[in-house]
Structure formats: C-alpha cells, structure tokens
Design a protein around this ligand. Structure first.
Ligand SMILES: C[S@@+](CC[C@H](N)C(=O)[O-])C[C@H]1O[C@@H](n2cnc3c(N)ncnc32)[C@H](O)[C@@H]1O
Length: 300
C-alpha cells in the first residue's frame, strides 16, 4: 500500500508537469481529460505545435508514475482532434506515451454521446448537398476513456471494512450497463451550463463511474487538468479525498462555485474548511487569452 497521508483536499493552481506537492505513491486514482489539442472552440492556439502537446502528456506521465500507488489506475478522457482538416491521433499517441512510461494499457471504454447532442457542426450534412462518393464526413459522437494501470494491484492490501464501505451497487451496475465497454452518457452542453462555458467539461457520470469502480472510500483521487472541478466535486461527494491541478487561475471562482465552497452544511461547516488552496508562480491567466483568440477566429 502507498503511504497514508494526512492532508486536506487540495486545489493547486500550477502546471501539472510538476506535482511537487504530492508525495510518491500518495494517489490512488487519476481521472482526467487533458485540454483538447488546439480544439477550435475551447483551446484554439493553446499549443505551439502537436509536439508540444505530446511533451505535456509525456511530462505528466512521468509524474503520474511517481505519485500513483502500486497497481492503481489513471483514466484519460480523450479523443482524436480534427483541426483544419488534419486529424491528430491523440488516442493512439497518449496510449503510446503512457505504455512507454511503464503503464499497462488496461481498457478502452468508448463514451457515446446521444445523437442530436453534436456540439460543433453537423459535418455529415455535406453529403446531403453532394450525394456522391468522397463527400463523406461522419459526425463524431464518441470519446475514449483510456485506462492505464501502474503495476499489479494487491487485492489483499484492502481491509475488509474498507471494502464493505466501498461496495458497488450491483443494481446500478446492471441497470446502467457499466459492464459494457460502451458507455452511453449525455455530454455537458456549455451553452446551457454557464459554469462550464469554454472549458470542455465532462459530465459527472464519467468520474462517478470511474471513482466507484477504481477507488475505495477515503482514498485520494487526482485530476491534473481540473478545469471546472468536476472530478473533485464527485470524488468529494463519494467520500474520497481529492486533489486537482489547474494552470488557469481564472477558473478559481468556477471551481469554487461547482464545489459549493462557501455553503455551510448541516453542522455549519463550509467545504472550504476541508480544502487547502495553493497558488503557484507558474499559473497563467488563460481564459482571457483564449477568448480573445476565439473572437479573432470568429471575426475572420
Ligand atoms: C478539458 S479541460 C478539463 C475539464 C474538466 N474535466 C471538467 O470537467 O471541467 C482541461 C483543463 O486543463 C487545463 N490545463 C492545461 N494545461 C495545463 C497544465 N499544464 N497543468 C494544469 N492544467 C492545465 C486547462 O486550463 C483546462 O482547464
């Protein structure tokens, strides 16, 4: 088992390529989605090149290898990205990087979004206007949840009482078909959801399933790309401890609102009493920069 650590939950504003605040093997599960490589709506021009994006994943993978406990898993919600008619093989490259760092590639879950929830464009419409071969552009309804393991898990290391407290509800497992490698889950619509605007947040159901399936009560769940804080919110609600990294300080209020930071509970305690906030010098103010870049793109 990794070290038991007595610390508060943490919101860390800083670059996840260096997670110096976390000790070796102090994390039991990682649930994350990296910024979509230069995605036109959310992150246009964020990375100088695809190579720079891969470097970020590489540096992160090294840090994850260090902080993740033996046998534990890291789940990445990712998809290949299409920019200016070039498709970037993000899923394959992340798999290669993580396995290259010594992780075992366990599963690829396909997250399928409902038809009609297509966010960016209905590209398939081109064929209706040009009903001929070579005019085929499918609408993308899926993302991958890639699951990597850090060595072998010792099932005997978990005390019976902890297992009992972390029992998975079999009815929920069967009813919502968690047992399939295809998960049908509605995505977050940023237009409706003011909080997640421009963040490319995933729906709570994704971390909910992963946290229940791959961590025990009181264990530590990490999201190195916190965004609006979805993973941390769900982890906390499920009785796990949580830590997140986010490079963009401008998301601080969004995260606090999502976590209902200042609302007192029945005992008059606020969530903020249970969290430590660390602001490092390497934070950035990305939102303003990215929004300006989106505006520029749209007025072209
Ligand atoms: C796709 S979003 C994550 C969304 C999150 N899953 C949610 O539900 O809100 C990726 C986030 O990673 C942040 N980010 C980008 N590079 C980073 C880095 N080097 N370290 C920490 N955070 C970073 C971005 O600012 C962005 O908020």
């Amino acid at each position: 088992m990794g070290k038991k650590i007595s610390w508060k939950n943490k919101l860390i504003f800083g670059d996840c390529q260096n997670m110096k605040e976390l000790e070796e093997r102090s994390v039991h599960l990682v649930v994350t989605s990296p910024p979509y490589f230069n995605a036109p709506f959310d992150y246009p021009g964020l990375f100088e090149s695809y190579q720079k994006f891969l470097e970020l994943i590489h540096n992160l993978a090294k840090e994850l290898k260090r902080v993740l406990d033996n046998g534990r898993v890291a789940a990445f919600v990712v998809d290949d990205t299409l920019i200016d008619r070039v498709k970037y093989p993000v899923v394959a490259d992340i798999t290669k990087i993580l396995t290259g760092e010594g992780f075992k590639y366990l599963y690829q879950i396909i997250w399928v979004k409902p038809e009609g929830y297509i966010r960016i464009s209905r590209r398939s419409g081109v064929l209706l206007q040009h009903p001929y071969p070579m005019y085929y552009y499918p609408d993308n309804l899926q993302e991958s949840v890639l699951i990597f393991q850090n060595g072998e898990f010792d099932y005997k290391s978990i005390p019976r009482g902890v297992k009992t407290k972390s029992r998975i509800d079999i009815e929920e497992f069967k009813e919502n078909k968690w047992y399939l490698s295809v998960w049908k889950i509605t995505n977050v619509l940023p237009i409706k959801n003011r909080l997640e605007k421009g963040i490319a947040a995933f729906p709570e159901e994704i971390p909910y399933r992963l946290i229940k399936l791959f961590s025990y009560r009181d264990e530590v769940v990490l999201d190195p790309f916190m965004g609006s804080g979805t993973t941390l919110k769900v982890a906390y609600e499920l009785g796990r401890r949580c830590v997140g990294y986010e490079i963009d300080l401008e998301l601080s209020d969004v995260i606090k609102e999502k976590l209902s930071f200042n609302q007192p509970n029945l005992f008059g305690q606020k969530l903020s009493d249970f969290f430590e906030i660390i602001v490092r010098e390497d934070t950035k103010h990305l939102r303003t920069k990215l929004q300006a870049s989106v505006r520029k793109k749209r007025t072209r």
